[in-house]
Design a binder for this molecule. Structure first.
Ligand SMILES: NC(=O)C1=CN([C@@H]2O[C@H](COP(=O)(O)OP(=O)(O)OC[C@H]3O[C@@H](n4cnc5c(N)ncnc54)[C@H](O)[C@@H]3O)[C@@H](O)[C@H]2O)[C@@H](O)CC1
Ligand SMILES: [K+]
Length: 481
């Protein structure tokens, strides 16, 4: 798993490392990494480094220092480098001296826009991990003039480092060089970061436990259940799906089918769409009511069941079976309106809630807001449940405070029925015995991969996402080392 650390932890780790490293060495190491990637970008976008125009946007902190040192390195490779200093009196002195020694020029702030407009590459060193609030007006005005490719130093300025939130003008980077560790912004706002390039500055031993985690293909492949020689249809877990209605059978078909596609265990369906489900997916054992559905190892409850008393009875029954429950859609609304339904739950059996923002607000009384990580952790604690908060980047928190971030792969999954597919996938993994936090994370990963594969550049439907699940699982397995 890939670790992600908040800026507080990065700062503490950097302080420990700084104490045992010669003065200035860390910054030069970081800046050298920036210059190497900047040169690569120049070569890609313009065909050369020498003679190209690089403009540095330089704030008053060490982020600006990185940019100035990177500019000095780029000068040595023959690029023309101009630095626009946001606070000339406070620019990093050693970095500024290095740039001047290398023949870089410093241009007045007022001339910044015209330099930016003729740049082949802009290096954003306005602000790094010590950013506070939206960009100040001078910085914002410069950022709005940028049309050239941008290489962000550590993170794109104007994007809140720990939440990825944007409240005003902000850099949209082509690529971001991060030093020593991934920070929340890199996974919570990947569109603003562009390609994230990791530069090792030796921070690894100082970092400690990560605050957030991201899954690699290897994690997904390792967690995804695969049958062994002694397995049969029961031993791999039976998934129960209580979804849809006779008027709205789609949710039932999509959720049950996703469970069929996820694992080779058995799938039972219970509800008013039994005939339609059976017709589309003859391998599903379908029955009209959850009360005579038979044993399962996990229930998916909610999509399309309605929020009235019938839906409530279904949810209460599933919660009382002593098996993990993935509660989605209408089940979340039922819990929001009648929290007492959770009394039916055996406290030792896992509950997984999969709200989108609107359902999250219904459930907790508050919209997730800009601090989505904080919000999802709080909800997980409050409901003693694993909570998967859907969004561009999906977050999965457990009551102990572990958080998984699933980086977005485009917006293709923002389509009707997509959530039903995700709950079917999640339920099948729960039934196979994957622990709920990981089950939700790997399901979200494969769901996102399937969305990307189904779309391939044009909008995808939920049925398309469903059809792409096998290829998505294959992809994760093939990318695993
Ligand atoms: N500490 C270290 O060991 C290392 C730090 N490095 C760099 O140092 C950065 C952190 O440096 P600092 O802590 O000096 O701080 P930053 O450079 O992140 O930012 C602080 C400066 O930005 C200004 N600022 C804050 N919010 C602003 C806003 N909203 N709009 C405009 N300006 C704003 C402040 O006035 C302050 O001068 C990292 O992101 C990284 O780039 C690297 O050189 C690697 C080593
Ligand atoms: K920056």
């Amino acid at each position: 798993m890939r670790g992600i650390w908040t800026t507080d932890h990065i700062r503490q780790a950097e302080e420990r490392l700084l104490a045992v490293t010669p003065e200035g060495a860390l910054m030069r190491r970081a800046a050298h990494g920036v210059s190497v990637h900047a040169a690569r970008m120049l070569a890609e976008h313009t065909g050369s480094v020498s003679g190209r125009r690089v403009v540095l946007l330089v704030g008053a902190g060490n982020n600006g220092g990185d940019a100035l040192w990177a500019g000095a390195f780029l000068r040595k490779r023959g690029a023309g480098v101009a630095a626009v200093l946001l606070q000339p009196g406070k620019a990093h002195p050693e970095g500024l001296a290095a740039l001047r020694r290398a023949g870089g020029r410093v241009v007045p702030l007022a001339d910044g826009p015209q330099w930016i407009e003729s740049a082949d590459l802009v290096v954003d060193g306005i602000v790094g991990i010590s950013a506070k609030g939206p960009l100040r007006p001078d910085a914002a005005a410069l950022v709005e003039r940028v049309a050239a490719p941008v290489l962000a130093v550590d993170l794109p300025s104007g994007v809140e480092p720990d939440s990825g939130a944007v409240d005003g003008p902000a850099v949209r980077a082509t690529a971001t060089v991060t030093f020593g560790a991934y920070k929340p912004v890199h996974v919570l706002n990947p569109e603003r970061c562009g390609e994230v390039v990791f530069v090792d500055i030796g921070l690894g031993d100082e970092l400690g436990e990560p605050d957030l985690r991201g899954l690699d293909a290897a994690d997904v492949a390792a967690a995804w259940p695969m049958p062994g020689p002694s397995d049969n249809k029961y031993s791999q877990g039976v998934t129960g799906v209580a979804a849809g209605s006779s008027a709205y059978p789609g949710a039932a078909v999509l959720a049950a089918a996703a469970a069929v596609r996820a694992t080779s265990g058995m799938v039972r369906y219970a509800g008013h769409a039994a005939d339609v489900v059976r017709w589309h997916w003859p391998e599903v054992v379908a029955t009209g009511s959850i009360f005579d559905a038979g044993r399962v190892q996990a229930w998916v409850v909610g999509p399309g069941i309605g929020t009235g008393s019938a839906g409530r009875d279904v949810l209460v029954h599933a919660l009382g079976q002593g098996v993990p429950v993935c509660a989605d859609a209408d089940a979340i609304t039922i819990i929001a309106e009648r929290p007492e339904v959770l009394d039916a739950r055996d406290p030792d059996t896992p509950l997984l809630l999969t709200p989108h923002d609107g359902e999250f607000e219904r459930l907790t009384g508050n919209a997730p807001g800009p601090d989505r990580v904080g919000a999802v952790c709080e909800a997980a604690r409050r409901f003693d449940a694993v909570v998967l908060l859907k969004g561009h980047s999906t977050l999965v928190a457990d009551p102990a405070g572990r958080v998984l971030v699933n980086k977005a792969r485009g917006s293709w999954l923002a389509t009707a029925g997509s959530g039903d597919v995700l709950s079917g996938l999640t339920g099948a993994l729960l039934a196979s015995g994957v622990e709920p936090w990981l089950a939700a994370g790997v399901a979200a990963d494969v769901h996102a991969r399937a969305g990307e594969l189904a779309a391939r550049g044009v909008p995808a439907s939920a049925s398309g996402v469903l059809a792409a699940i096998p290829d998505a699982i294959r992809q994760a397995r093939s990318l695993a080392p």
